[in-house]
Design a protein around this ligand. Structure first.
Ligand code: CP
Length: 314
């Protein structure tokens, strides 16, 4: 594995292998000195053209915990405002000696372009490209599910037989796409539930079933309900009548939460629109894995940086 661009091209053994290395990295987080010398002398550049809280900071922490040198670049406040292109920006930063570039960009395919254009030599990690993919988010989601299911006996396990329901703004969600490919590769069954306006026009090539009724989906007793953020910043039209109506039909409120089994996982990649797709009671409940997902994001990002930069992936 030279780059991490999508989950679609990960096979089951590789995906389980990444989750297993993340288990080792999670052990480091439990130590007093949360640091390994593994990537000493390597340089990681965080190249963020879109806003981020979780992904950017957890990649930063992951690189630092592995002793790599780190530069974080945000397009805001940079020469991008003067019209500098992705190619020139990437080449300028890579000229300072990058071994890995972590890129978030609003254009689907930006990470792929950086990896295959020959502009730079570094390993490329996709931290979210447009509405296409967000592979480390799906890996941390799968890691969280596996840990809740198997605890200390997680190593080597996949998600065979797990029933996962993704709810909400599927059409704009790179998290949904990465999860569909990864979770099904790991043996889970995935159901998409959304208003028709928030589903992609054609999901016939996706290994999923599709429904339009959240109450029906909840009564089907899923093991995991993943609520997706309404991505208002990507909407240039009205996709639903109003927030109140969306929340009534598609939100995970207290009454729907109460109908889930006590051990059903309630997931959200964040940032959450509390009161819209998820109620405060659901977000803060014992079923919620939201903060576990954030914690596990550091372990997953340590694992992928380690695998790509230490040569261990070979
Ligand atoms: N889940 C996620 O990608 O969050 P950020 O946008 O805060 O990185």
């Amino acid at each position: 594995m030279r780059h991490l661009l999508s989950t679609r091209d990960l096979d089951r053994a590789t995906a389980v292998g990444i989750l297993d290395v993340a288990e080792d990295m999670a052990e480091v987080a439990g130590r007093e000195v949360k640091k390994l010398p593994t990537l000493r002398g390597k340089t990681v550049i965080n190249l963020f053209f879109e806003d981020s809280t979780r992904t950017r900071t957890s990649f930063e922490l992951a690189a630092k915990r592995l002793s790599a040198d780190l530069i974080t670049f945000s397009a805001k406040g940079s020469s991008v405002s003067k019209g500098e292109s992705l190619k020139d920006t990437a080449q300028t930063l890579a000229a300072m000696g990058a071994d890995a570039v972590v890129i978030r960009h609003s254009a689907s395919g930006a990470a792929q372009t950086l990896a295959t254009s020959g502009w730079i030599d570094a390993a490329v990690l996709n931290a979210g490209d447009g509405t296409h993919e967000h592979p480390t988010q799906a890996l941390l989601d799968a890691f969280t599910m596996r840990r809740r299911l198997h605890g200390a006996a997680s190593r080597g396990k996949d998600l065979d037989g797990l029933q996962v329901t993704l709810v909400g703004d599927i059409v704009h969600s790179r998290v949904a796409r990465s999860n569909v490919w990864l979770l099904t590769t790991l043996g889970a069954t995935v159901r998409l539930v959304a208003p028709a306006t928030l589903l992609p026009a054609n999901t016939s090539g996706w290994p999923v079933t599709v429904g339009f009724d959240l109450d029906e989906a909840i009564d089907a007793d899923p093991d995991v309900v993943m609520m997706l953020r309404i991505q208002a910043e990507r909407m240039n039209a009205a996709f639903f009548p109003n927030a109140r109506e969306y929340s009534r039909q598609w939100g995970l409120d207290e009454e729907r939460l109460a109908r889930l089994r006590p051990d059903t996982m309630v997931m959200h990649p964040g940032p959450m629109n509390r009161g819209l797709e998820i109620s405060a009671s659901a977000a803060d409940s014992s079923r919620s894995t939201v903060l576990e997902q954030v914690t596990n994001g550091v372990s997953i990002r340590m694992a992928v940086l380690y695998l790509l930069l230490s040569g261990a992936a070979e």
